[in-house]
Write a protein that binds this ligand. Structure first.
Ligand code: SF4
Length: 384
């Protein structure tokens, strides 16, 4: 048995352990266990500094989860968009492929609780029909392996799946969604890296939510993946009491870049059963982005998105930098709240010729302008 497998085995997961370790009332612990079981491996447990800290909140069951037990189990409608077991096909050229129900840690905010934990929640018997679907749908060029956590599979099982995907000519990109570099970095072994590098292009999206998760162990894991040519991106979920603070997020994003992980998404928390206590206001997220843009490297700024309830997919949101937009110009404000004007350009014919800012060669110049009267943004036009 490998070290990481031993650590899974040594995880806190029983009602007795929850009562003893975290002082949870036994009846509450039983109800929580029934709702969504716990799994806290010894590595992640060691990151907790005090009760209720940002690491604790992410992994220790809390009785408030039972308050919104009636909320939606599948707010993103992944199951409704599942043409065959184990596949969700929402976007034209991409498909989500669920390969296991197991994770190295069960996150209390998980949006896929209905699929995670018990082995039968995602059946390995569904793999064959999933492969058939992927083979038949030639428009799919990008497959995202997820679950659960695909790196809970053994190297041999994982390789079998990746090999089969690689045998499908129209699948250009394989992505693996895994939280292991963050929650159980011991899973990233030289053997795993050597296996994965045979199947490029492979991309990994991992999931750090707080700077305390960047440790010597997780740094080493991410560096090992980068060293075998795997671009690693990070998906952070914005959560009350965990990372709803611009200073914390900036520190996290900067630290991620240092360990060669590119911030990719910052999500608003989903409206998921048992996890609504993690939700923040949208303004909190906008403030965080406002505090990043211009104040640190663009590389450190994730796309801020809402995964739209009802299956609408990821929709980006930004602080409003557009003060006014019309055929002639766009008026913008920068990160210091200074106002600038950029002359528009007519793609079809001649440049718009106002204020002499468009040259004969059609190139427009950026010109700082003092705007005395700021007009309201015309949102319909901005969409175009
Ligand atoms: S690792 Fe991902 S799928 Fe597993 S419990 Fe955490 S959020 Fe859910």
């Amino acid at each position: 048995m490998e070290l990481w497998q031993q650590m899974i085995r040594d995880s806190v997961h029983t009602v007795d352990q929850l009562v003893e370790k975290f002082n949870i009332d036994r009846k509450v612990a039983e109800d929580l266990d029934e709702f969504f079981q716990a799994r806290i491996n010894p590595y992640y447990l060691s990151l907790i500094k005090y009760p209720g800290d940002p690491i604790w909140k992410q992994c220790v069951p809390d009785k408030v989860e039972l308050d919104d037990i009636d909320a939606d189990e599948d707010p993103l409608m992944e199951d409704a968009m599942s043409p065959v077991p184990n596949i969700t096909h929402r976007y034209p050229d991409r498909a989500l492929f669920l390969v296991t129900s197991q994770c190295g840690l069960y996150c209390r905010f998980c949006t896929r609780k209905r699929k995670v934990g018990d082995y039968e929640k995602i059946s390995m018997k569904g793999l064959e029909s999933a492969f058939k679907y992927l083979e038949k749908h030639t428009e799919i060029r990008d497959v995202i392996m997820s679950g659960g956590d695909p790196l809970m599979l053994t190297d041999a099982m994982l390789e079998k799946i990746i090999e089969r995907l690689r045998s499908i000519p129209h699948i250009e990109i394989i992505r693996i969604g895994t939280k292991m570099p963050c929650v159980l970095p011991q899973r990233i072994t030289p053997q795993l890296c050597n296996m994965l590098k045979k199947y490029h292009p492979i991309y990994i999206n991992t999931h750090f939510n707080h700077p305390w998760e960047i440790t010597p162990e997780s740094s080493k894991a991410c560096t090992m993946l980068a060293d075998v040519g795997i671009p690693v991106g990070n998906q952070m979920v914005l959560m009350k009491g965990v990372n709803d603070d611009p200073v914390i997020v900036k520190e996290l994003m900067q630290k991620l870049l240092r360990i060669r992980v590119r911030p990719y998404y910052m999500y608003m928390a989903d409206e998921t059963k048992g996890a609504n206590h993690f939700r923040t206001s949208i303004q909190t997220g906008l403030n965080i982005i406002e505090n990043l843009r211009g104040h640190t490297s663009g590389l450190a700024i994730p796309h801020f998105v809402i995964d739209a309830p009802g299956g609408g997919g990821k929709i980006p949101i930004l602080p409003n930098y557009v003060v006014h937009f019309d055929e002639e110009k766009i008026i913008l404000r920068n990160f210091q709240k200074k106002i600038y004007s950029y002359q528009n350009y007519n793609d079809k014919n001649n440049p718009v010729k106002k204020n002499g800012t468009n040259g004969k060669n059609g190139k427009s110049k950026v010109k700082e302008t003092v705007v005395t009267k700021i007009e309201l943004p015309v949102l319909e036009e901005i969409e175009n």
